[in-house]
Design a protein around this ligand. Structure first.
Ligand code: 2BA
Length: 107
């Protein structure tokens, strides 16, 4: 059993979870915040057997898009840091982690 944690842009998450459900995968959405931009994103948790991991990653990738975003110089980033000039960053598609699960039970 594996746990996939996919950090997804808020604007993509509905399409991602709809496609996962259509593909027969259960998922849980957690509201999260990026540590650099301090902006909201969504972390989707998906528990699956190992042989299904690639299918899940393919679905998440298909529905997650990268975006160029300007951070204005007036934006406070982490630790009270302000960029000296506007900064362009490319956010996403999804950031995906796959971890081993020692035990999975439904109670
Ligand atoms: P944030 O940490 O808010 O980062 C948003 C975007 O800002 C990143 O997009 C990247 O383009 C840029 N960025 C992040 N840290 C930077 C730094 N130290 N210097 C310059 N630019 C930086 P993504 O890489 O697509 O990441 C999107 C979100 O995924 C992140 O939001 C964070 O919530 C998560 N994430 C990405 N990599 C991660 C990691 N290794 N561990 C945990 N979470 C991660």
């Amino acid at each position: 059993m594996k746990l996939i944690l996919a950090i997804v842009n808020y604007d993509d998450v509905s399409a991602v979870t709809r496609a996962l459900t259509k593909g027969g995968f259960s998922s849980t959405r957690l509201s999260t915040t990026g540590g650099f931009m301090m902006a909201g994103n969504v972390t989707v948790l998906i528990g699956v057997d190992e042989e299904k991991v690639q299918a899940v990653i393919d679905i998440v990738k298909e529905h997650s898009h990268s975006r160029k975003q300007m951070i204005p110089a007036t934006t406070e980033l982490n630790y009270g840091y302000y960029p000296s000039m506007p900064v362009e960053v490319t956010v996403g598609g999804a950031t995906i982690f796959v971890v081993d699960i020692e035990r999975f039970e439904r109670a």
